[in-house]
Design a protein around this ligand. Structure first.
Ligand SMILES: Cc1cc2nc3c(=O)[nH]c(=O)nc-3n(C[C@H](O)[C@H](O)[C@H](O)COP(=O)(O)OP(=O)(O)OC[C@H]3O[C@@H](n4cnc5c(N)ncnc54)[C@H](O)[C@@H]3O)c2cc1C
Ligand SMILES: *[C@@H]1O[C@H](CO)[C@@H](O)[C@H](O)[C@H]1NC(C)=O
Ligand SMILES: *[C@@H]1O[C@H](CO)[C@@H](O)[C@H](O)[C@H]1NC(C)=O
Ligand SMILES: *[C@@H]1O[C@H](CO)[C@@H](O)[C@H](O)[C@H]1NC(C)=O
Ligand SMILES: *[C@@H]1O[C@H](CO)[C@@H](O)[C@H](O)[C@H]1NC(C)=O
Ligand SMILES: *[C@@H]1O[C@H](CO)[C@@H](O)[C@H](O)[C@H]1NC(C)=O
Ligand SMILES: *[C@@H]1O[C@H](CO)[C@@H](O)[C@H](O)[C@H]1NC(C)=O
Ligand SMILES: *[C@@H]1O[C@H](CO)[C@@H](O)[C@H](O)[C@H]1NC(C)=O
Ligand SMILES: *[C@@H]1O[C@H](CO)[C@@H](O)[C@H](O)[C@H]1NC(C)=O
Ligand SMILES: *[C@@H]1O[C@H](CO)[C@@H](O)[C@H](O)[C@H]1NC(C)=O
Ligand SMILES: *[C@@H]1O[C@H](CO)[C@@H](O)[C@H](O)[C@H]1NC(C)=O
Length: 624
């Protein structure tokens, strides 16, 4: 109390000085000094305030390998010495499958048969889990045709473990005017963690985790955690188990909890209860485009603090660590339900949920989704797919999750839905029993393998649940889009969650998260697995997307599971925040150092590439 009074007296009550500062993470304490720089001006700092407009516009294209200005081998070696040997020049892993100097049949076989459902690809410095974004120039395959080339993979990678590594890489890329990318886990679906001719800052090995039992900042006084930028969700889960806490973290175990997931929003099972990933953040360690390491919190660099929580990754700086809220331990109670439509099935005694009537199936789907609003309002989460199958058949799978609700109570909660379905003639006489598990349960490190998932999405707002006409339009759009899927091999994915401003609390409610999230009921996605995004194919799927857009014209889309070719992406991914975010981007990064597709300010540059739409296999140049 005494401390508080004296701070009020000196007029700095609202200063971050009130935070009982935890010990900094070791990775944040090792910083670039003038001694490190010496006469190596290529890694010297800059000052964003003194950059003139003319100076910031001077460069037509990023310096590319082979250009006269591309750094010499000696310069790269000198950078490597500053980095203590952390500079990598990796060969694409799949080169082992291609004829040439790296051919290795045994290794290729290993990659093909022994790396799925493991952590292998997460530890690869180049790999992006979405292959098309690299340009498909070295795809993993048995006896592939052609040669393996680097394509959209970066030239060099800094295997960063300290702030100093990040600072040296940022300064070098800015001073040498080469493309810079940031890669954490490489899970991004839109090509935001690859880039031809680039230097990559790989944050994967920022693994520190600390528990802060009593963290005070402004009105916040409670448990917190301090995580390095490379921490993955499965590591967070293990940490929660050890410390008897819950931290809002990605549902997929290998998605990063601090990187792009958080930077663009970050939804998960407990989001209707505690908010999005971006809503958890209390303080960030950030290396800005100038190379300076700063703290961003509500009172220090508030512009960065605002933008980095929802306004996108790879745009305003490199986050090196985050202090986030830690909640009490919670249980998640889940119950599943699925319906299968098989019109040509002549079974006389169908399984529960096995339907032959198409209209009845879609009525059942609609009944589930409409009921889901109640699950969200109770702090829950729903996760669903609709898969088109041959012969006009469909499979609808759902999982409904509640926070801290006993199984019997969860069953009772769901009963009105079962009644609705029974009234439609869909016999749910023996629904599956809900099961309980601790949210912070020790979790596996297995990750996905590279694939070609491409998302297109819409955040459908609560209004659509409240008006019958709008509701019918919404369900009609979902049905028509899904029915288009079989021939085209795409399917529907709906995740339902409700991160309102009330749930986001302080300081989450005032962040850059797409405003469409605050009114969200369903994140509706069309998922496509075809890498060859021909204009014709895109037009067909966009036609279906337009039905969803018409059903929710003022909403938006979630960039992390959205289309890198989304029309009017500024509105779709950022909503009303776009102009403010663009001002922050221009002030903090007048050099255009950080760049990735559909990030704020990215419309000023374009990748000159052939082949797949939005591929990163080309030179990055200014527009016009
Ligand atoms: C299997 C799977 C499941 C998923 N499930 C969910 C889910 O349940 N909920 C959800 O919201 N999303 C989900 N996603 C999407 C996920 O949010 C995005 O893929 C996200 O971009 C991953 O962030 P990352 O840092 O792990 O990956 P990366 O691809 O390494 O990075 C993503 C972007 O963030 C930038 N970035 C990364 N780290 C930093 C940093 N420290 N500072 C600045 N910029 C940085 C990168 O430059 C890149 O632009 C899922 C993805 C996959 C593949
Ligand atoms: C950087 O230095 C380390 C250690 O000396 C070395 O192993 C590595 O190959 C070097 N990187 C490059 C790109 O030369
Ligand atoms: C690869 O997997 C196979 C079968 O699962 C196993 O027998 C083999 O030992 C594995 N190879 C390596 C190099 O791990
Ligand atoms: C692959 O590389 C070899 C050797 O450099 C070259 O002769 C050949 O033409 C290349 N093949 C293709 C398909 O580019
Ligand atoms: C990157 O650095 C970490 C930590 O020093 C190390 O464990 C890992 O092997 C390195 N990865 C590569 C590909 O060099
Ligand atoms: C874990 O935390 C909860 C609530 O915060 C508390 O009730 C419980 O006693 C704790 N359990 C252990 C083992 O410390
Ligand atoms: C979670 O559920 C289990 C089993 O029902 C119970 O033992 C445990 O106390 C619950 N934990 C919390 C945090 O509610
Ligand atoms: C299923 O029944 C319909 C009529 O009820 C019939 O036309 C059709 O041939 C039957 N199909 C099979 C595979 O038996
Ligand atoms: C589709 O229906 C036809 C004719 O009834 C049948 O022969 C075929 O096996 C069915 N296909 C599948 C995948 O069920
Ligand atoms: C549903 O159950 C009722 C009563 O048990 C039965 O008459 C009816 O045929 C069942 N409907 C379906 C589609 O199985
Ligand atoms: C919505 O659709 C249902 C079922 O098709 C129909 O009964 C109802 O009249 C429709 N409501 C409106 C407002 O269009």
């Amino acid at each position: 109390m005494k401390l508080r009074l004296s701070l009020v007296f000196t007029g700095i009550f609202l200063s971050s000085a009130i935070a009982l500062k935890p010990r900094a993470l070791l990775s944040d304490t090792v910083q670039l000094t003038q001694d490190d720089i010496g006469d190596f001006s290529a890694i010297d700092f800059a000052d964003e305030a003194t950059v003139s407009l003319a100076e910031s516009n001077v460069q037509a294209c990023k310096v590319f390998p082979g250009d006269r200005d591309w750094p010499s081998v000696a310069e790269w070696a000198r950078l490597n010495r500053t980095l203590g040997g952390a500079l990598l020049r990796p060969t694409p892993a799949a080169a082992a499958c291609y004829q040439g100097p790296f051919y290795d049949a045994e290794r290729c076989q290993y990659l093909l048969t022994n790396t799925s459902f493991s952590h292998f690809w997460l530890d690869e410095p180049l790999v992006s889990l979405t292959e098309w974004s690299q340009g498909g120039t070295c795809a993993l395959a048995m006896n592939p045709q052609g040669n393996c080339t680097r394509g959209g993979f970066p030239e060099y990678v800094v295997n960063a473990t300290t702030v100093k590594h990040v600072q040296a890489a940022v300064n070098f890329a800015r001073n040498k005017r080469i493309r810079l990318i940031i890669k954490n886990t490489g899970h991004d679906f839109g090509g935001r963690s690859v880039g031809a001719g680039s230097l990559s800052i790989w944050t994967h090995h920022f693994k520190a985790m600390e528990f802060i039992p009593s963290y005070r900042l402004g009105p916040y006084n409670g448990n917190a955690v301090h995580f390095g930028a490379g921490v993955e969700s499965w590591e967070e889960k293990n940490f929660m188990a050890a410390h008897n806490i819950s931290v809002v973290s990605p549902g997929c175990g290998t998605v990063g909890g601090v990187g792009g997931w958080m930077n663009s929003g970050g939804h998960t099972t407990i989001t209707s209860k505690f908010g999005l990933g971006a809503d958890q953040v209390l303080s960030l360690g950030v290396v800005t485009a100038s190379g300076r390491f700063v703290t961003a919190d509500p009172y220090t660099n508030p512009d960065l603090f605002f933008a980095l929580r929802g306004g996108g990754g790879a745009t305003y700086g490199v986050v090196t660590s985050a202090i986030m809220k830690a909640h009490p331990p919670v249980n998640v109670t889940s119950t599943s339900l699925s319906l299968t439509l098989s019109p040509s099935s002549n079974t006389t005694n169908p399984n529960p949920g096995m339907l032959t009537d198409t209209e009845q199936f879609w009525q059942g789907v609609a009944a589930y989704y409409r009921f889901a609003a109640r699950v969200l309002d109770a702090g829950g989460y729903c996760f669903s797919y609709i898969y088109p199958l041959p012969n006009n058949s469909y499979r609808f799978t759902t999982s409904s999750s509640f926070v801290d609700l006993a199984p019997a109570a969860a069953h009772e909660f769901m009963q009105p839905l079962y009644d609705d379905l029974n009234n439609l003639g869909i016999n749910i006489t023996n629904p599956p029993s809900p099961f309980v598990s601790l949210y912070g349960l020790p979790s596996s490190s297995n990750g996905p393998s590279p694939g070609n998932t491409r998302y297109r999405s819409r955040l459908l707002p609560r209004e659509n649940w409240e008006d019958d006409e709008l509701w019918n339009k919404t369900m009609g759009a979902i049905r028509t889009a899904t029915e288009g899927g079989y021939e085209g091999d795409f399917y529907f994915h709906g995740t339902l969650t409700s991160p309102t401003k009330e749930v986001a609390g302080w300081p989450g409610a005032d962040n850059a998260v797409n405003p469409a999230w605050r009114r969200n009921r369903m994140h509706a996605m069309l998922m496509d697995q075809t890498p060859d995004q021909s204009t014709e194919r895109d037009a067909v799927i966009q036609g279906y997307m337009n039905l969803l857009r018409e059903a929710a014209p003022n909403a938006g889309s979630y960039m992390n599971e959205g289309d890198p070719g989304e029309p009017n992406w500024q509105q779709a991914f950022y909503g009303d925040h776009y102009p403010r975010l663009l001002r922050i981007k221009r002030r903090r990064d007048p050099w255009g150092l950080f760049w990735a597709p559909t990030t704020v300010g990215s419309e000023g540059w374009t990748v000159r590439a052939e082949g797949y739409h939005e591929t990163q296999n080309g030179r990055l140049c200014r527009v016009g």
